[in-house]
Design a protein around this ligand. Structure first.
Ligand SMILES: [Zn+2]
Length: 223
């Protein structure tokens, strides 16, 4: 408590969007990252249209936001500022969209794009997995980490767009004993940011090879 007090004194919590001081605005620590006004503003940017795509591995695609302006700031906070509770914001937005929920319920399982063990240890949470769990809990749809990521794969965002496809090739795998869980399933592959699509393609490829029937790629933000 004391340390929290000192930290709040030195770095008072401010809204990630408008920089308003939030120290005395909300009582719960996890509400002190964005003010209600900015939250309402952001919700207006929601897209969430189900798009049919011609991709050999997945056939539907939906993104909740475009990765720009405040959404970009928000994602950076979510991923790099030790703020796992931002997952609740995305879950809430998804659950409020009835059309999107109806579509989600056509699937059997949500599989989040994994992080390497090394990176997970460093960050302490997988932002994609937290959103998957939130949706799973409310909509009673299964979720499981059936994909794994190999160690020592360079971060996609650290590379130029042209090198990303090569970097991510064969970076993911499904453990032998888990293949059965994917077979004949309608799968939602959940990722945080979609840039070149290389990660979604590569993960879907592995899911298809394991026998997934139908894949919807759901991303929080599209660059
Ligand atoms: Zn604000």
């Amino acid at each position: 408590m004391l340390i929290e007090f000192v930290l709040n004194f030195l770095f008072p919590p401010i809204c990630v969007s408008c920089k308003k001081d939030m120290q005395n605005l909300y009582s719960k620590e996890e509400d002190k990252w964005i003010c209600n006004l900015c939250k309402k503003r952001i919700i207006k940017f929601k897209k969430a249209q189900i798009l049919k795509v011609r991709n050999i591995y997945y056939n539907k695609f939906v993104y909740i936001f475009e990765y720009k302006h405040i959404i970009r700031k928000l994602m950076l906070n979510y991923k790099f500022k030790a703020r796992p509770y931002i997952s609740n914001f995305f879950v809430e937005i998804i659950l409020k969209d009835k059309n999107l929920c109806r579509n989600i319920l056509n699937y059997d399982i949500i599989i989040p794009v994994p992080m390497s063990r090394q990176k997970l240890k460093k960050r302490g949470y997988n932002q994609t997995e937290l959103v998957a769990k939130g949706i799973s809990k409310e909509l009673k749809i299964e979720t499981e980490n059936l994909l794994q990521k190999k160690e020592n794969i360079k971060t996609q965002s650290s590379l130029l767009k042209t090198g990303r496809s090569r970097n991510i090739r064969n970076a993911f795998y499904i453990e032998k004993e888990k293949v059965e869980k994917v077979k004949n399933k309608r799968v939602i592959l959940l990722d945080d940011i979609f840039t070149t699509g290389a990660t979604a393609r590569e993960c879907s490829k592995k899911l298809k090879e394991a026998g997934a029937k139908d894949i919807l790629v759901l991303v929080l933000a599209k660059d």
